[in-house]
Write a protein that binds this ligand. Structure first.
Ligand code: NAD
Length: 477
């Protein structure tokens, strides 16, 4: 059976007390591996390693071009190992292999992007009328604790690790206890390519004590977290005890608005991607779909037909587009919401819970729920789309914004003025017009309200992962 240890000081190790936990394959519902159960002392060991690497190691002190070279070397190695990395995520959380390979490519791009970004965006100069000149300097912040979820195990972790180490920090990543495989393997690859010890540590284990010990450690200078809004609040409170700045990327309940004049084929294609890709386990999922009256029936007919076409099966089998949910616990949660839909007066067009004992919830489309019904308001984080109709633009905007979340929204229209008008009225960190899931890493990423605190991406990551400094120099006397 495979084992995923901690990577501390560049070496894969067991927990100090030898504790391990089982790791499941959600498609077979069997234990396929074990991982080290990190305790408070293991967390301390990982932080101490990162601290030493930061305080006296070469990483924060090397030239920016050299650091970029190291990170590209890791990215090259990831590309050589794409089958292994994708295979781990696919086995570990039932992500269809094709989607897992896409995630590896995106993870590689995260590393390459931030390697180059820190090399090319390292300061600004401001000539002053007073005869001085002033420049900003973006020095590394120190030790970064990064905590990531299970839905995009490698991609979410790399989105945090890449800017952290690129800007000269050292890092401890704690992957979700449900998906330790690919991130531990990334730590192994970093050691293999010769990263200085302590630059990238991997701590496996549960939220408490592994994660909570990291966030509470006074040697940690930044905490970057992606996960649920509830956990995010605990993480922020813990980091506040030693005033470590936090970046929180939290839950969502994305609105997807389809206007009468939309290109229907395009809107249906993206509506399916937005809620059924990764079995709906996407913070950005289009889980609240709003369709204008004039096209409602036609849209629903096509949307339901496409949802039913998705090939459900073994995530490793060619052609599979949709598979099991990531764990028994999550399956039970999603199943609970599906059961409520009809109890609360909703109508299910297609989908529902598989009855073969698997952890599959089929692509589910429903409407007819009140606007305060739990499956409509709360984040299900599964393949469940709740649809509503609207009559005009103002109503669509009002319904879309009526949520505590504000991570993202989508809108589909061929009317250019409406596209701009509605985009600017939506209370969300990202708005996609006539598309979904496309990112430019230079732009801000994050959410409003319960969807998060702060932004990452491009210069936003630079500001979070560095200690910006102003230097004012007299030029003329
Ligand atoms: P979670 O909050 O249960 O766990 C996330 C991570 O936090 C895990 O590694 C977990 O072990 C750790 N953790 C748990 N308790 C902790 C504590 N007290 N202190 C420190 N760490 C702790 O979330 P999840 O179920 O793994 O992920 C799903 C959630 O993540 C959804 O709400 C989803 O919307 C959100 N998410 C958000 C984004 C985004 O970019 N905004 C991206 C992906 C997922």
């Amino acid at each position: 059976m495979e084992f995923f240890g901690h990577i501390i000081d560049g070496v894969e190790v067991e927990s100090l007390d030898g504790g391990r936990f089982d790791v499941y394959n959600p498609w077979t519902r069997e234990v396929w591996a074990q991982a080290a159960e990190g305790g408070a002392q293991d967390a301390r060991r990982a932080v101490a390693s990162a601290r030493t690497a930061f305080d006296s190691g070469p990483w924060p002190r090397m030239g920016r071009t050299e650091r970029a070279r190291w990170i590209h070397k890791l990215a090259d190695r990831m590309e050589e190992k794409v089958d292994e990395l994708a295979g781990y995520d696919s086995t570990n959380m039932a992500k269809p292999l094709e989607q897992a390979k896409h995630d590896v490519a995106r993870s590689v791009w995260n590393f390459r992007f931030f390697a180059d970004h820190q090399r090319d965006h390292c300061g600004e100069v401001f000539p002053m009328d007073s005869g001085h000149h002033c420049y900003s300097e973006f020095g590394p912040a120190g030790v970064v604790a990064a905590i990531s979820p299970w839905n995009f195990p490698l991609m979410m972790a790399s989105w945090k690790i890449a800017p952290a180490i690129a800007w000269g920090n050292t890092c401890i990543i704690k992957p979700s206890e449900d998906t330790p495989a690919s991130v531990t393997h990334l730590g192994r690859l970093a050691a293999e390519v010769g990263f200085p010890p302590g630059v990238l540590n991997v701590l496996n284990g549960h939220g408490a004590p592994a994660g909570s010990s990291l966030t509470a450690d006074w040697d940690v200078d930044r905490v970057t977290f992606t996960g649920s809004s509830t956990t995010g609040k605990a993480v922020m409170a813990s980091a506040a005890t030693h005033l470590a700045p936090v970046s929180l990327e939290l839950g969502g309940k994305g609105a997807n608005i389809v206007f009468d004049d939309a290109d229907l084929d395009n809107a249906v294609y993206w509506a399916v991607e937005a809620i059924f890709r990764n079995a709906g386990q996407i913070c950005l999922a289009g889980s609240r779909l709003f369709v204008q009256d004039g096209i409602y029936d036609e849209f629903m007919k096509r949307f339901v037909a496409k949802a039913e076409e998705l090939q459900i099966g073994d995530p490793l089998a060619p052609g599979t587009k949709f598979s099991a949910l990531s764990s028994r616990k999550h399956f039970d949660k999603v199943t609970g919401y599906v059961a409520q839909i009809e109890e609360l007066g909703g109508h299910i067009y297609t989908g529902g819970v598989a009855t073969d004992g698997s952890w599959v919830v089929r692509p589910t489309v429903a409407d007819g729920l009140a606007l305060d019904a739990a499956p409509y308001c709360e984040e299900i984080f599964g393949p469940v789309c709740i649809v509503n109709r609207f009559t005009d633009e103002a109503e669509a905007v009002r319904m879309a914004n009526d949520t505590r979340y504000g991570l993202n929204a989508m809108l589909f229209t061929e009317n250019l003025s409406r596209a701009h008008r509605v985009s600017s009225q939506l209370r969300a960190g990202t708005v996609w017009v006539n598309c979904f899931f496309i990112r430019d890493l230079r732009t801000p990423f994050g959410g409003v309200g319960d969807s998060g605190v702060g932004r990452e991406g491009g210069n936003f990551s630079r500001e979070f992962f560095t200690e910006p400094k102003a230097v004012v120099m007299q030029i003329t006397r």
